[in-house]
Design a protein around this ligand. Structure first.
Ligand code: MG
Length: 300
């Protein structure tokens, strides 16, 4: 009896299995030939179909000093920036001033005449060529965010201001963030690495050894003049190897050697300068972003 029952059910079971397989195959073939299901491609909901309050409020008070309400749905969305692929890499709206290949964005400047930069380019970096003079960007800048990497010479030769000296100098050399080998190197504090030269030492000293790459991430706000009158001083924020060295510090004027400073009117935008102080300082991965104010974007 047992055998008979198995014989009777076996063909039926096989038939059912075959049907199930054919159905599954048909579903698969259909799915492959058709576009993805609506759930996978559905666009984000339109703003006018959003639930009340979901994208802002129109019955809220004004933010003090602003024309926008708290959670104002009409406020412009900020511009979209794609960040760099890795930490330190340029974001999508940055101007790359050196990508490891050439100095085409830089020049020597003498009495307004620009000539090609003579500093040495090798292996993804460039190096000061002593006595050729500083190099300036061919493009002028005002308010900016700057990322720059530098290395003092691995071979330590001198001391104090003559050990790996260079400088990141905004507005055609006027406002310097000092570059100097600071490891076991004593110098006057307002002239050390990351100092606002002749005005403020950094809040802390965060050096890497000579020969190693170091980073400055700087926010520079250019001064504003109306005629001969200063209407807004310059401000500098500096991160040195990721450590805060200056927090929107007000500059007293141009950074000077052995002199007290005061502002002298100049243009709103001027080139960035890297200093030739006679030492074989290297630079790489330099990018800059022009800064805009809040609410500068088109409404999305
Ligand atoms: Mg210097």
């Amino acid at each position: 009896m047992q055998i008979d029952r198995e014989r009777r059910w076996a063909p039926r079971l096989a038939g059912a299995l075959m049907t199930a397989l054919v159905c599954a195959a048909a579903v698969l073939i259909q799915a492959q030939g058709q576009p993805a299901t609506p759930a996978q491609t559905a666009p984000p909901p339109k703003q006018d179909t959003a639930k009340p309050g979901e994208l802002g409020y129109t019955d809220t008070p004004l933010i003090p000093g602003q024309k926008w309400r708290v959670h104002d749905p009409e406020r412009p969305a900020p511009p979209l920036v794609t960040p760099g692929a890795a930490p330190g890499a340029p974001p999508s709206d940055a101007i790359v001033l050196f990508d490891g290949k050439d100095l085409s964005k830089w020049a020597h400047s003498q009495k307004g005449q620009l000539t090609d930069a003579k500093w040495k380019v090798a292996n993804g970096y460039f190096e000061v060529a002593p006595k050729t003079g500083g190099i300036v960007t061919r493009e002028p800048f005002g308010d900016v965010q700057l990322h720059i990497e530098w290395a003092a010479p691995a071979e330590v030769r001198a001391s104090s201001q003559n050990r790996g000296n260079s400088g990141v100098m905004f507005m055609d050399g006027r406002y310097e963030v000092q570059v100097l080998d600071m490891l076991s190197n004593r110098t006057y504090p307002d002239g050390g690495a990351a100092s606002l030269y002749g005005q403020y030492p950094p809040l802390v000293s965060a050096p890497r050894p000579p020969g190693e790459w170091q980073t400055y991430d700087i926010v520079f706000e250019a001064p504003r003049f109306e005629g001969n009158k200063l209407v807004k001083p310059a401000f500098m924020t500096v991160f040195w190897n990721g450590v805060l060295a200056h927090n929107r510090k007000e500059l007293l004027g141009p950074t000077l050697h052995r002199q007290a400073t005061k502002y002298v009117p100049h243009e709103n935008e001027l080139p960035l300068l890297l200093q030739d102080h006679g030492d074989l300082v290297r630079y790489r991965n330099i990018w800059i972003r022009r800064l805009k104010g809040y609410d500068a974007a088109e409404r999305l």
